[in-house]
Design a protein around this ligand. Structure first.
Ligand SMILES: *Cc1c(COP(=O)(O)O)cnc(C)c1O
Length: 400
């Protein structure tokens, strides 16, 4: 059996469990099917990757067409899909230029390298430190686990990369207190994802921008998870009209194809010269063609407003659920279709039973349920998911 076989051949980093971990064999829209043909509503969405659901025709067509032209060329050559996608990202953001890579961690690596290079060039060799938030998540490479303000991701991999300090999320004074003569940048997620779906307060982000302006620091927004339409805006920074100097994207951008991007303002882009940074697969033509198709869908009139409306709808229904089960939920939070439900306890049990009942939801730690449905999820599917959640609550927590 495949599940038995995999444990002999795959390094055990994901702790898959044969009695619980699914083998998904296909998907369509918000639905996926396991090897027994059982259907599930997918509110994990490939961890915020499958923004348009599974088997989305425009994404498939764009990728297929490009595959028939050329799959890979290397960055020694010009690339039409790269230029089309970069132009689209620039025209719809505060950024002027793009660097393509293959993942969120790589996009953040590029951002960290650029922040250091730019600052050393313009402000002196001592400018190397980046302040990030506690409870953040920026990736799994050495530099990005160091940027990540959670010890559990760092333990055992020391020595870490020098040049990072941590401050409390949503606490401007805490960030201010970490400032020193070596600081070159501040990096935060406008909505912390992996850390438990924590939304940055508007005045916090406005304050960070001011702090950066006053001290000649770069403001980096890691929008790997909260970007690309997830919060009801193409970029999460748009909610509070705080313009970052560098933005990183990945997850949803390729609609399932691996792609990452670092976007930045013109002035900052000049920090990189030819040869300073590169990626063999970065900006792969198929991934870029798929991402361009994703962008066209998301940018359609009304699409993002609908994400906002559905997010509000889902949160309202969750609040009704909260009233039926007093004391079970500690907090409901999020923006758009990036929604967290912090339970008092038993998150894993809820996750397991939801899955049995046909709803896939992610559980962070043992208490935070994270809902990341496709952005084109229907209201009927949201209702169905809520019904499963309610039945699950009844079984796990009793009463009603
Ligand atoms: C997932 C994530 C990353 C890392 O992305 P990978 O593609 O796994 O390297 C970085 N930042 C944030 C905010 C993320 O959610």
């Amino acid at each position: 059996m495949l599940k038995d076989e995999e444990k002999h051949f795959i390094i055990n980093t994901y702790n898959r469990q044969p009695d619980f971990t699914l083998l998904i064999t296909r998907g369509k829209g918000t639905l996926v099917w396991d090897e027994n043909g059982k259907a599930y509503l997918d509110f994990v969405g490939g961890l915020a990757v499958n923004a348009l659901g599974h088997a989305c025709p425009p994404v498939i067509n764009a990728a297929w067409e490009q595959m028939n032209k050329v799959i890979h060329t290397s960055n020694l050559y010009y690339s039409e899909p790269q230029v089309k996608l970069a132009k689209c990202l620039v025209e719809n953001s505060a950024a002027d230029r793009v660097f393509f890579c293959n993942s969120g961690a790589e996009a953040n690596e590029a951002a960290i390298k650029l922040a250091r290079k730019f600052s050393k060039l313009h402000l002196g060799a001592a400018k190397i430190e980046i302040i990030t938030a506690l409870n953040s998540f920026h990736g799994r490479t050495l530099a990005t686990i160091t940027a990540t303000g959670q010890e559990k991701f760092q333990k055992g991999f020391e020595p870490l990369v020098p040049g990072f300090r941590y401050a409390r999320f949503n606490d401007l004074d805490s960030f201010q207190s970490q400032l020193n003569d070596s600081t070159c940048a501040i990096m935060v997620e406008p909505v912390q994802g992996e850390g438990g779906v924590h939304v940055a307060a508007a005045d916090f982000l406005v304050g960070l921008r001011r702090l950066c302006d006053e001290n000649r620091l770069l403001l980096i927004f890691d929008e790997v998870q909260c970007g690309t339409g997830r919060t009801g805006k193409l970029f999460a920074y748009e909610h509070d009209a705080v313009l970052p100097d560098i933005i990183t994207l990945a997850k949803a951008l390729g609609g399932g194809f691996p792609i990452g991007a670092m976007l930045c303002r013109e002035k900052v882009a000049s920090g990189f010269s030819p040869g300073d940074h590169a990626s063999t697969f970065g900006g792969n033509p198929v991934a870029c063609a798929a991402a361009f198709a994703v962008m066209q869908e998301i940018l359609q009139e009304g699409f993002l407003d609908d994400v906002t409306d559905k997010g509000i709808y889902f949160q309202e229904k969750l609040r009704l659920l909260n009233r039926k089960f007093p004391g079970v939920i500690i907090e409901i939070r999020g923006k758009g279709l990036m929604i967290g439900v912090e339970l008092k306890e038993k998150g894993q049990a809820v996750q397991r039973l939801c899955q049995q009942k046909g709803l896939l939801v992610n559980c962070i730690g043992d208490r935070i349920l994270r809902f990341l449905p496709p952005l084109n999820v229907s209201r009927e599917e949201l209702d169905l998911a809520l019904e499963v959640l309610q039945n699950t609550f009844t079984e796990v927590f009793g009463g009603e």
